[in-house]
Structures are given as C-alpha cells and as structure tokens.
Design a protein around this ligand. Structure first.
Ligand SMILES: *[C@@H]1O[C@H](CO)[C@@H](O)[C@H](O)[C@H]1NC(C)=O
Ligand SMILES: *[C@@H]1O[C@H](CO)[C@@H](O)[C@H](O)[C@H]1NC(C)=O
Length: 515
C-alpha cells in the first residue's frame, strides 16, 4: 500500500502525462493493478480512491484486454451508477459504507443469475434474453455486503457440457490464458480466473461441479476456494448436479477469497443443502483464520498420481518437493506418498459412475431451472439441444457438437442406473478420501495437480488452490489442499500460511508463444 505522498506524486505525474498526451504507468506508486480488497478499502478511507475511479479503471482494462482474452461476457450498464452511489454513501458516512465489500467490483460467472440489465446464459445463446425470477442468493448476499456487480464472466459453455475446448462459449468465443495465450485457460470458470488474473476486476465468483474453480484458478495463477456443498446456496445458478455444484470465490489472494467467502455463505430456504452446511459457518466468519502461522501443527498428507499438465510436470513435481519442505519449515507435519483406495476408478469418471450421475442430475436440475424462469427461449434440455441445431449458424455455434447434452437428454431421471452410480460414488468416497483423512488423522490432503478435484467432487468436500509456480513456458500451476466437509477454517489457515510463506503469484505477461 502506498502512502498519501506517493499517491499524490503519482496523481501529479499522471495528470502531467495526461495533459501532455502521454500515458505511462508509474511503477512503484499506488496502483489499482494487483490491489487487494484491503488495499482498496484503505485507499477509499484515505480518500485516495473512489469506487467510480475503480470501476472506470476496470472498464478501461476490459475495453483494452477483453477483445483478446475474452474473460468478460457482459459488463453491467449500471456499474458506474452503482459506484457513484457507493461513493456518495462513503462520503456521507452512511452505515452501508462500513460493509465488508462496500464499493468493491466483482465479476460473476455467467451461470449466476442477476435480475438486472444483464443476461444469465451459461455462455449459450439459448438463454440470451431469458428473464430470471430473482438474483441468485449469492448475488443478493454480495449486494448486501456492498459489492458492485461489474459484469458476467465468460465460461466453458454449459459449464463444460458442450463438446468444446475449455474456456469456449458461443457468446464470447475462446477465452485465453493471460500467461500463455496459446494455452487453454482451463474451465469451466475460465472467465472468472482470466479476468481476476489480468486485473480486469478486483474479485470474482466461479462455480464447481468437478474442478471448475480449482483448475482455472491454478491455470491462471489465482486462488480458488471450492466450498463444501451447501455452504454457498445454488439458488439462481444454472445447475449441473445439486449433489456436486458449489459456488466459490476466485481472487488474487487467499485473504480476498476469504472476504468474498464470508459475504456469500449462509442459509437459504431455496437451497435445502444450505440447512445442514450452514452449521459449519464459524461465529465471526472465516477471516479470523487468516493467520500467518496457520501451518503450525497441521497434519498434511500428500497423494501423488501421474498427471499431465500444460506446465512441464517434472517442473511441477520439483516445485512440489520444494513446497513440502516449506510446509515443514512452517511447522506442518507432512506425511508423504499416501494412497487412496480405488484411485484409478475415482479418477476415471466414466468408470466410477460420476459422468452418468452428473448427466442424469443435469437433465432433471436444468429442466427445473428452465421452468422457473420468467421468460426464456428454451424451457427444457430437449429445447436447448433443438436450439443448438436450429441456430447452429449463429456466430461460432456450428463449430462444436453437443454429445454430452444429448447423452444427458437420454438419461431417465432417478432410475436404477443412477441409484447404482450414486451408491458406488458414496462407497468410493468413504473407502477412499474419507478413510485416508480419518486413518491418518489429516487436516488436509495436498496434491501437486488438479486430480484432487475428483475426491472432492464426489464427496462434496472443500478445496483451495494457491499459486505454486510457473513452468519454463510461463504456464502457471497451483498447489491443492482438500479436506472433509466443513473444514474451510483449517484449509484457510493452511492456504494462507502457504501463501504468506511463498508469495508466488505474479501478474500475467500476455505471452504469445509456447516456448
Ligand atoms: C442482454 O441480452 C440482450 C439481448 O437479448 C442484449 O440486447 C443486452 O444488451 C444484453 N445485456 C447486456 C448488459 O449486455
Ligand atoms: C521438462 O523439465 C525437465 C527438467 O526440468 C527438462 O529436462 C525437460 O526438457 C522439460 N520438458 C519440456 C517439454 O519442457
């Protein structure tokens, strides 16, 4: 954080440059770029920054970068008005201005409903112009916490259920990884990760069914928190599987992610999973677990498995060995090379039954979502598929097939096949991740790659990824921490301890080649 004096000199230099027609970023003066929620709030408080300036900055960055990166699908036409309102509230000392996220711009993945001028489409033209009954519960919570919804983030269409590359959706095209433009950004919360990584917004929300927060967060060098199922309401979120879907923050730092998490958790009578999970929410929220010495005494187990990664996997492993050492130096006990029973089956979703279960649940849940809309071009999965066929000439839509959507349409609701798949997933989780956590008395499992997502997905468990390095080619990778239901306090202590001891994240360089 800069002092008043450096900001003042920055402003003067800035004005001087502006009036002479030059625009140069002065490097070590106060900069919105990379600023955390805490930095921004301090700047608000010290009258160094207004929400209007902040929103204008991000809109400018979106204008400049998004043509290439495609992380943002829509901006909120009311964002500046909302920022001016926040500035008024701050100026008049209104009670609202003391709220946790007051005046902070946030981007929501395009499957999170807002009942404002923006669309909620899961990246698909089929939902363009649909009218949602209300804001998603998490959007309501963010607004109540003072946040400004800056826009919607692009995503892998239908959260990955379209046969298309990760980060692609018909409405905004191919999202790009700001660290390595030739590489995929991972998905499905691709735009949330791309946008926050490249400073087009302060913080963002993504959703995860199986890896959709963790993978793009790591691939774009940001922090992602995948909360326990039901900790955050899914009401107003275009669904895949109510058994596996969760909404979580994607931010540049653990602290930012935790402030956002604090704002969005809670009981919602429109999502019954929140009833059970809300008892996990600690009194005083999650920010109390941002302890620099959070690793002290934690018992961590590594589970290693071969994996492929756009970053050189031997470099990932090399970094992982180094990080294990750091975790130990910070006071954690690391039990290395643990094994999870039936790991090959768990990691193969067609074998485990996960794919079938997700597709069957998607059909039921999507049909319910679509019927609940006030207006919509499509009212069922069947109509979505027909729409894609009929309008395949819309820009880009013809490029990719829809075999997963069709496979989902071919499922038969809560039939014996689904019941068998769910039983198997329960058993795999119980004999696998759960057993290991209990037998080894672990606080968390750590992995060097995203395959942990499947243990967490089938059990409804939470996970956090933190930037852990960059390959020779500049491609980012993360480290992953996962735990049992409700273990967010512990995971936050671990993730924050790791982040503070390593501070690996750096802003993207928009590299074009794949050397
Ligand atoms: C929402 O979609 C409609 C088309 O149905 C479009 O006219 C409008 O501009 C979109 N809203 C935003 C904020 O982009
Ligand atoms: C991967 O990393 C190893 C050691 O760091 C190096 O020898 C190898 O050439 C790298 N491979 C690629 C494809 O970058």
């Amino acid at each position: 954080m800069a002092t008043n004096a450096t900001y003042l000199s920055f402003s003067l230099v800035f004005l001087a440059l502006l009036s002479s027609g030059l625009l140069i970023i002065v490097s070590d003066a106060f900069s919105i770029e990379e600023a955390t929620i805490k930095d921004l709030q301090l700047a608000f408080k010290q009258n160094q920054l207004t929400s209007s300036t902040l929103v204008e900055f991000y809109l400018g960055e979106i204008h400049k970068l998004n043509q290439k990166l495609r992380g943002v699908i829509e901006v909120n036409p009311d964002a500046l008005r909302l920022a001016e309102k926040a500035d008024q509230e701050r100026k008049s000392g209104a009670a609202r201005s003391k709220l946790g996220l007051h005046g902070i711009p946030i981007l929501l993945k395009d499957n999170i409903a807002t009942k404002d001028k923006m669309n909620t489409t899961a990246g698909s033209f089929a939902l363009l112009g649909s009218i949602v009954p209300r804001d998603a519960f998490v959007a309501t919570k963010l607004i109540k916490a003072g946040a400004i919804i800056l826009g919607k983030a692009s995503m892998s269409e239908w959260a990955g259920l379209r046969d298309a590359p990760q980060g692609w959706c018909a409405r905004s095209g191919q999202g790009k990884n700001p660290y390595l433009l030739s590489a995929e950004p991972c998905g499905s919360s691709s735009g949330s990760a791309i946008s926050v990584a490249s400073n087009m917004v302060a913080v963002s929300l993504g959703t995860e069914t199986d890896g959709s927060i963790l993978c793009p967060s790591a691939a774009n060098s940001v922090v992602g928190i995948k909360p326990t199922i039901g900790l955050t309401s899914r009401d107003g979120v275009v669904p895949i599987s109510p058994r596996q879907d969760t909404v979580g923050p994607m931010c540049r730092t653990v602290a930012d992610a935790v402030y956002v998490l604090d704002a969005i958790v809670g009981f919602d009578h429109n999502d019954k999973a929140t009833r059970e999970a809300s008892r996990y929410i600690p009194r005083g929220g999650y920010k109390q677990f941002l302890k620099p010495d959070g690793l002290k005494g934690k018992r961590l187990g590594t589970v290693r498995h071969t994996f492929s990664s756009t970053a050189n996997s031997s470099q990932v492993i090399e970094a992982f060995e180094h990080h294990i050492q750091t975790l130990r130096e910070q006071g954690a006990v690391v039990v290395d090379n643990l094994e999870i029973a039936n790991i090959d089956e768990i990691l193969d979703p067609s074998r485990s039954g996960e794919i079938y279960a997700i597709l069957a649940e998607f059909k039921m849940a999507l049909n319910t979502y679509l019927k609940g809309l006030k207006a919509s071009p499509v009212r069922s999965l069947k109509e979505v598929i027909a729409f894609n066929k009929k309008f395949s000439k819309l820009e880009n839509t013809k490029k990719y097939g829809q075999s997963l959507l069709e496979a989902a349409q071919a499922t038969n609701g809560a039939d014996d096949k689904l019941k068998a798949a769910l039983l198997n997933l329960k058993k795999l989780s119980r004999d696998g991740f759960e057993k290991l956590m209990k037998e080894e008395k672990l606080d968390a499992v750590i992995t060097p790659a995203v395959y942990i997502k499947r243990f967490l997905a089938i059990g409804g468990f939470p996970g956090i990824t933190v930037p852990a390095g960059y390959g020779n080619n500049g491609f980012p990778f993360g480290i992953y921490f996962g735990g049992l239901k409700g273990s967010e306090p512990t995971l936050i202590e671990i993730a924050y301890g790791f982040e503070q001891a390593t501070k690996i994240r750096k802003p993207p360089s928009f590299k074009n080649d794949s050397v």
